[in-house]
Ligand binder design. Sequence first.
Ligand code: HEC
Ligand code: HEC
Ligand code: HEC
Ligand code: HEC
Length: 490
Amino acid sequence: MYKVFIRSVGILAALVFIGTATLQAAPMTSKDEVKSNNRDWASFYPHQYSTWKKTSESAEITDLLEKKPQLAVLWAGYGFAKDYNAPRGHFYALQSNQNSLRTGAPVDAKTGPMPTACWTCKSPDVPRMIQEDGELEFFTGKWAKYGNEIVNSVGCADCHDSKTAELTVGRPSLERGFESAGLDMAKVSETEMRSLVCAQCHVEYYFKSTAWTDAAGNEKVAKVVTLPWANGLTVEGMEEYYDALEFKDWTHKISKTPMLKAQHPGYEIFKSGIHAQNGVTCADCHMPDIKIDGETVTDHQIKGRLSQMLDTCANCHDESPELLEAIVARKLERKEQLMEIAMNNLAKAHLEAGEAWRLGATEAEMAGILLDIRHGQWRWDYAIASHGSFYHAPEETLRILSVANEAAQTARLKLTKVLTKYDATNYVTPDFSTKEKAQALAGVPFQKLVDEKLVFKKGLLKEWEKDAIKRGILDPEIRQGMSDNTAYKK
Ligand code: HEC
Ligand code: HEC
Ligand code: HEC
Ligand code: HEC
């Protein structure tokens, strides 16, 4: 059915790399430093730079809270209920983070809701600062502490060594994750590096509180990005890991459940799919070889839609683009159906639990219910948080969504009993069919958050940018003509 050239795709790219890149690489830098300014790389690698810059074409905001209002109920009491959009191009990763209502409106380096860890997957300035300040210092303090340092969006030095231009992993979290899972990153093949550079960011992680003492003797607490891989990369393995630590990302505002938030276990779920099992890497589909001026280069315009990638599929598949599109569209429909059911059941479970508490239900009556909600929502989130999962690993995605549904339904069955005991058999959950209604139920002060954010954007954010330009770590030319889309101010 398929003509498959997976190995040769990997090998071909590796040869291209040796043939063209390393020859030109020498002048970048001879020091042990991270060249985080993407413009610094442009004159050495014009084609890689120009295709990378085209990720700016994916600029549009898709407001997922508007598309799926249940989300605001599911995340009540947590940042994601404020603002949550579909992913855009790498060029915008940093802007998305700065514009998000989740990162709030700090007024100085010590204010705002988020820790420094929130920069981790946004910028090559992160490996630079980890090298300059040390990992523990980097993960100590508030997000705003590094506002004038983290100024370049996901780029060259995230995936390439600044001295040799070879693929590299500059985030220690991935190496530690490998170790905890009993794997050795030093032993992975060059081909696997074409996925591992992505796995620096497209993975599940949490912020592990870590006490430490700096050189001057000050006692500090770092929030260190940590991959929960010690029991394996599966949804069950990670759940076991978090449960054993009694870890929670937040307490749900309506149901009082100690919740887990899946980040984006994209690499993990991809590994369970047919492509990964056949040695296909992220770059094989998202970064195919293309010809520019007669030269074969890796396309650095990483795209997010199948319609933009059909040429790439033809490297390995004989089927017509129409057939492949239809197959993938059907995969998406199946996922959407199960996802919608899971989200509705989970949202109702939170609201019914909230009603049960209001009527005087006891901790003992609620404990088992809250555990079902915790596990159900964790599964649902793991399955869909990486967006491409329905395609990367369709069976695993549908399996996990089914189990999520089972847990949500079990919670609701138990809740029926509790509600009956408190004479609320006929309780009907309130309407959460629009973003406004759902955010109201979740207690999100939307307009206030927006007003504060706009003050931040006009003030501190502009100061950070000016300071970075003055110190030569940001080249203003790179941002010329850059759009500034948000979900709150079209
Ligand atoms: C998200 C990761 C990622 C980013 C960001 C990235 N690259 Fe690459 N790059 C790759 C991968 C993967 C390959 C393929 C290498 C291989 O197969 O050995 C590659 C290949 C290359 C090569 C080898 C020649 C070629 O085209 O295959 C050069 C040179 C290069 N990149 C330069 C750059 C420059 C310059 C930037 C910034 C403008 C950049 N890269 C940003 C992942 C990345
Ligand atoms: C330094 C962290 C980082 C690395 C490394 C990284 N990504 Fe991303 N990626 C992100 C972030 C953050 C976003 C979301 C950006 C936004 O929404 O503004 C994203 C978005 C994407 C998207 C959506 C693009 C769109 O236009 O919809 C795809 C696809 C993607 N990444 C694939 C990859 C692949 C493949 C690799 C490895 C070759 C990779 N990423 C490496 C952080 C990273
Ligand atoms: C066999 C090809 C293939 C491989 C390998 C692959 N992807 Fe994808 N990926 C796709 C396709 C196709 C889509 C888009 C499906 C759609 O149209 O929504 C996608 C979607 C995505 C998205 C969501 C983009 C968005 O805007 O919603 C991300 C992020 C992503 N992939 C990252 C990765 C990472 C990271 C890896 C490796 C761990 C990887 N992909 C491996 C083909 C692939
Ligand atoms: C580097 C080679 C390679 C690329 C590129 C590639 N595939 Fe595949 N694909 C494979 C292999 C290998 C299999 C497993 C074949 C088997 O076991 O029969 C597979 C299986 C599949 C299957 C059947 C399994 C399933 O999950 O339903 C579909 C559908 C598919 N690919 C679609 C695509 C699409 C769409 C693209 C482009 C976005 C793509 N592939 C890109 C190598 C590739």
